[in-house]
Design a protein around this ligand. Structure first.
Ligand SMILES: NC(=O)c1ccc[n+]([C@@H]2O[C@H](COP(=O)([O-])OP(=O)(O)OC[C@H]3O[C@@H](n4cnc5c(N)ncnc54)[C@H](OP(=O)(O)O)[C@@H]3O)[C@@H](O)[C@H]2O)c1
Length: 225
């Protein structure tokens, strides 16, 4: 029997690496994609995304995009409108929304056509507009909200040609990674990447095509947009 063809994008570290480690095993062919793993792969370079897709080819049963960006040495999540910076907004959108949308553009057509196939993009609860009661983090919130809308729109288009396909956004919970480390508060349900990966994979296992286009947390609970 052919091994189940799986792709993890953003497998260099954090939740993406943990997902790839958890999935590696008999009966599965896991391809890890990311900066430094796949020659030239970068979310900011569409040609590199297209080349990575071409290299894996069709018949994919599971694709998880675990990339994302919150801060770096120069960019910090905004606490106030006063800190809003067009370059920060543009960069957050490029990595958290445009890049993952280009991943959908090049990888959704590679999903298996005649059997259950899942595409999941890692989003965040803070991208939910209706769940925003705290404010702050303008760029990250807005880019994740855009990602949710892009995923939803792609899911509708995908359903026209692949009735067994599922395309969702997932919130991994608070996970101890480089991305969350400066912000994770003690007392929160702080998970290791391996714990979050196990929960996310259990959620993915339970999804049906009727749930395509939605946002779920790591416990399988739907988050309103
Ligand atoms: N950790 C949490 O508590 C938490 C909570 C809610 C949502 N999330 C979401 O979960 C996802 C994974 O987060 P994480 O905590 O695992 O973050 P992480 O450890 O910082 O990993 C981020 C991943 O994104 C990749 N990436 C960033 N910019 C890229 C680019 N331009 N091109 C290609 N890859 C790029 C990184 O690759 P490099 O190694 O090459 O930099 C890395 O693989 C993100 O979407 C994040 O928003 C995380």
């Amino acid at each position: 029997m052919e091994p189940m063809s799986i792709v993890i994008i953003g497998a260099t570290r954090g939740i993406g690496a943990a997902l790839a480690d958890a999935l590696d095993g008999p009966g599965r062919a896991v391809t890890r994609i990311g900066r430094g793993i796949t020659p030239g792969f970068d979310l900011l370079d569409e040609a590199s995304i297209a080349r990575a897709a071409e290299a894996v080819g069709p018949g994919l049963r599971l694709v998880i995009d675990a990339t994302g960006f919150l801060y770096n040495d120069r960019i910090k999540p905004e606490k106030s409108l006063r800190q809003l910076d067009p370059a920060h907004l543009a960069y957050s959108f490029a990595v958290n929304a445009t890049g993952p949308a280009l991943v959908m553009k090049h990888f959704l057509p590679l999903l298996a056509a005649d059997e259950r196939a899942v595409f999941a993009t890692l989003s965040a609860r803070v991208g939910s507009i209706s769940d925003n009661h705290l404010g702050g983090w303008y760029s990250y919130r807005a880019a994740k909200a855009a990602l949710n809308q892009l995923m939803r729109t792609a899911a509708i288009e995908l359903a026209r040609t692949r009735k067994h396909a599922i395309c969702v956004a997932l919130h991994p919970g608070t996970v101890e990674t480089d991305l969350s480390r400066p912000f994770a508060k003690a007392g929160l349900d702080l998970q290791t990447p391996a714990q979050s990966a196990q929960r996310l994979l259990a959620v993915i296992d339970g999804l049906t095509p009727a749930q395509t286009g939605l946002l779920f947390d790591h416990m399988g609970k739907q988050i309103p947009f």
